[in-house]
Ligand binder design. Structure first.
Ligand code: AMP
Length: 407
């Protein structure tokens, strides 16, 4: 079987063959999710022929890591992690955070924002005896876990400890971790709120608040939990706020939570220019699966993230690909935390070739070296699309994204 225009097994590159006005959401038939109506996205938005824009000058950092007034251990840990030069958000935010300012960081995932807040806080924490004194709130369990993993790498040997407080896993171990009075508490809003209300988390010494991916947390309905959590924080604190977008709701939060903030923006264009994006026309769902299996047979498709719309569809597609001999795992809301973690680990460590995911399950994940993102089902919104394709082409690597559309 071949792709319609090329017959070479390669997705097509031209936007000109589109029949205009066709809704993008109808591809593949089958039951649509209930929820809000899907945004119409013209297929040309799934194509990026401007890959040559890649020539854009790389960011030249004003600082070297050595310029930052960090202790020898922290510097050594940064070197051991392999970071050579600060990324744009690190370059601009770290000096402000060290100076004690509240900071609004407008940055997408993949910009290095985690280290931008972790490094200066770790530095400022050394020697502080009061704990816990840092609260980091993230929208998803996976993102919180990634932040915790980075924290452990950067704080190695410094006598600083963390507790990961996320939902979907038993609370016993978390309560045990909290009893050890960690310096950093990293978690998701629901469980954090719960344990704060039950007085398992002491808030009176919290001197740092980080809200990561604030826009996503609002999208996911966490606003009341966040307000409740922050209301328990002391007024005397440093607050750092990261978001890819600024909406009126976000602005209100910023006004309520931050004092005299400095804004650092490293937002790039809506869609990463270094991700090469194409569409693939398919007749129906069966055809899509055939085309996808064809792609996966090519050697270069070695670490492929596939997005589907429904939990059920994602699981079924993953099982189907595995049956066809393309090792695949799925993450979606019907899987519990340890199942999701296992799947993610298998994919990260390249034990399987394909991860099939829903948007919510994949939010905020940092998976290095994804070779291709494939939109098996078109996204609900263009912003979801941008988030999806942001999983490939990270850290300057070139990424590729394909979106299935109706033939
Ligand atoms: P983040 O935006 O924090 O999720 O980071 C995206 C990826 O970039 C992660 O894999 C980081 O480990 C990596 N990264 C962050 N800062 C740097 C840096 N200064 N140099 C090289 N890689 C980095």
């Amino acid at each position: 079987m071949a792709f319609k225009t090329h017959g070479s097994g390669r997705p097509q590159r031209s936007a000109s063959s589109f029949r205009r006005g066709r809704p993008s959401g109808g591809s593949g038939g089958g039951a649509r999710r209930k929820g809000p109506a899907k945004q119409y996205i013209h297929p040309s938005k799934f194509i990026n022929q401007a890959v040559t824009k890649e020539a854009e000058a790389p960011y030249e950092s004003k600082h070297k890591f050595a310029d930052f007034p960090f202790g020898a251990e922290l510097h050594a840990n940064i070197r051991a992690k392999g970071y050579v030069a600060p990324s744009a958000i690190q370059d601009q935010a770290i000096p402000e955070i060290i100076a004690g300012k509240d900071v609004i960081g407008l940055a997408n995932t993949g910009t290095g924002k985690t280290a931008a807040f972790l490094l200066p806080i770790i530095e400022r924490m050394s020697g502080i005896m009061l704990r816990p004194s840092v609260l980091i709130v993230a929208p998803t369990r996976e993102l919180a876990q990634q932040i915790d993993e980075e924290f452990r790498i950067f704080a190695k040997g410094m006598g600083l400890y963390s507790a990961l407080i996320v939902g979907g896993v038993p609370v016993d171990r978390q309560l045990r971790d909290l009893k050890r009075r960690p310096h950093f508490i990293i978690g998701t809003p629901g469980r954090l709120k719960d344990l704060i209300e039950r007085r398992h988390i002491q808030m009176k010494n919290m001197g740092f608040l980080v809200l990561d991916e604030a826009d996503r947390m609002l999208d996911m309905g966490f606003l009341p939990d966040i307000r409740r959590i922050v209301s328990e924080m002391p007024d005397e604190r440093q607050s750092l706020f990261f978001s890819a977008t600024i909406t009126p709701d976000i602005e209100r939060l910023v006004n309520d939570f931050l004092k005299d903030p400095i804004t650092v923006s490293v937002r790039t264009t809506e869609t990463s220019d270094h991700v090469e994006q194409d569409v693939i026309e398919a007749r129906d769902k069966t055809h899509k699966v055939e085309l996808l299996a064809d792609l996966l047979s090519q050697e270069e498709y070695s670490k492929v993230l596939v997005f589907g719309e429904t939990k059920f569809g994602v699981q079924r597609l993953s099982d189907h690909l595995s049956n066809l001999g393309h090792s695949s795992v799925a993450i979606h809301g019907n899987k519990n935390q340890s199942q999701r973690q296992r799947a993610l680990k298998q994919f990260k460590e390249e034990k399987v070739k394909v991860l099939v995911a829903t948007d919510v399950a994949a939010r905020g994940l940092d998976i290095p070296n994804v070779t291709h993102v494939i939109n098996f089902d078109t996204p609900q919104t263009y912003s979801d699309y941008v988030h999806r394709i942001g999983r490939t082409g990270r850290g300057g690597a070139r990424g590729r994204a394909h979106t299935f559309i109706d033939q």
